[in-house]
Design a protein around this ligand. Structure first.
Ligand code: TYD
Ligand code: ZN
Length: 404
């Protein structure tokens, strides 16, 4: 296929089979209607951008009942409150600053901006979650962010000092339109700040569960620098963040308006040294992924044969990839508990494993718990200390299958 950024040739390196849309948690009765799509990733020989080879229509993904809640963990709440305070202190300092967020979800970031009385607008197409943001005082436009919406926002609200996105920019296959929109919206010295899953982390930790239909792109500093250049921006800063196992936050500005931080070159050097996005690196990653599948299925089958009770903990979008790729269904995992009300009483797409509220975890405790929400391990293990104290064991599969 042709690269969505530069038109170069994309060579596939990992095929995760036919999969449903990862966050389409449906009631058990509606499970049969689920459409499946090929899930595979490849790297562009031109601009190096790693991307999905097939696209799921956006209306299927970000529908009104889209269940993801960014405020679902203390880690996320604290991180985004800090991100908002940082923007207020460093960028939103003029007389009447304005910030636009691409995909504001439940207002986890803009809530803090709204509390500070600063002008803002969240643009998010998912009605239920956008209503949660509105309920906490965040101004929301229920729509997709692209060139068209950006022009409409500018016409009504004027230019923005900051356009922000978190785990949303890699979701948008039409990045050319997104960056044209950012160009329309930003003031001369404004910045576009976004934090997204990092291919370096995914490869290093064999975190293949980050690969699902919503994540169209798997950024590297090199591919983002190239993306910025192609669409008239300059990458001026890169910084690590702790979410989703380790992401990167990128800052883009208009060319020549900001002095690039030394971090940009440092990250590029590191990527060169590790050969990230090199065919050999991604092929080795694909092998490691297949090994995780073999080991995880073998572990669950062995425990089932021994008559042990195993349940899942956390049903992130990531769990859809893992269960469907590994062929894990209710026979190996009778249910998964998750704290998100919008997921409870529904089933994991494709795998059809029922999702129960967290109380089901201790009624009674299972012998083993497969931790899908591994990026929240610290918070969850602290909350469920009693499980381990009573002899319960955690099973993790990142960076490899281990029974803790
Ligand atoms: P997350 O990793 O944020 O999302 P995704 O992979 O979909 O981008 O999702 C974490 C999931 O784990 C979310 O569905 C909520 C759930 N969860 C719990 O059930 N209990 C907890 O204590 C925490 C922190 C999360
Ligand atoms: Zn390309």
């Amino acid at each position: 296929m042709d690269c969505r950024i530069c038109g170069g040739t994309v060579t596939e390196f990992l095929d995760l089979g036919r999969q449903p849309s990862a966050n389409r948690f449906v009631p058990p009765g509606r499970a049969a209607e689920e459409p499946l799509f090929p899930l595979a990733v490849g790297a562009c020989g031109g601009c190096t951008m790693v991307q999905l080879t097939t696209e799921v229509p956006r209306e299927l993904k970000y529908h009104d009942e889209y269940p993801y809640r960014a405020s679902g963990s203390a880690l996320h709440r604290e991180h985004f409150a800090r991100a908002a305070r940082d923007l207020l202190r460093t960028e939103l300092t003029g007389p009447d600053p304005f910030v636009v967020e691409v995909g504001c979800n439940d207002g986890v970031m803009l809530g803090t901006i709204a509390d500070a009385g600063v002008r803002h607008l969240g643009v998010d197409p998912a009605a239920e979650v956008a209503a949660l943001a509105a309920a906490r005082g965040v101004r929301v436009l229920t729509d997709w962010f692209e060139a068209r919406t950006a022009a409409a926002v500018r016409a009504v609200h004027g230019p923005a000092d900051v356009v922000f996105g978190a785990n949303t920019i890699c979701h948008l296959p039409y990045l050319g339109s997104v960056l044209a929109g950012v160009d329309t919206l930003l003031t001369a010295d404004g910045v576009f700040v976004f934090e997204e899953p990092y291919l370096g982390t995914i490869v290093e930790r064999t975190a293949f569960d980050q690969i699902y239909d919503e994540h169209v792109f798997y950024f590297t500093v090199r591919s983002v620098r190239e993306l910025a250049r192609r669409f008239g921006f300059e990458l001026v800063d890169v910084a690590p963040t702790p979410l989703h196992g380790g992401e990167l936050r990128y800052t883009l500005a208009r060319p020549g308006r900001r002095r690039p931080s030394p971090a940009v070159e440092q990250w590029l050097d590191r990527e060169r040294a590790t050969g990230l996005a090199h065919p050999r690196t991604v092929e080795r990653f694909a092998e490691a992924v297949r090994r995780v599948r073999t080991d995880l299925v073998a572990t669950l089958e062995r425990l089932a044969a021994e008559g042990r009770r195993v349940v899942g903990y956390g049903a992130p979008g990531k769990s859809t990839t893992v269960t469907n790729y590994c062929g894990i269904g209710p026979a190996l995992l009778p249910f998964i508990c998750d704290s998100t009300p919008a997921k409870q009483g529904r089933v994991v797409p494709g795998a059809r494993i029922p999702i129960a509220p967290p109380e089901a975890f201790r009624a009674p405790y299972p012998d083993f718990a497969l931790l899908f929400a591994w990026n929240h391990a610290e918070e969850i293990m602290a909350k469920e200390r009693d499980f381990a104290e009573r002899g319960g064991r955690w099973i993790v599969y990142v960076p490899r299958v281990q029974v803790l």
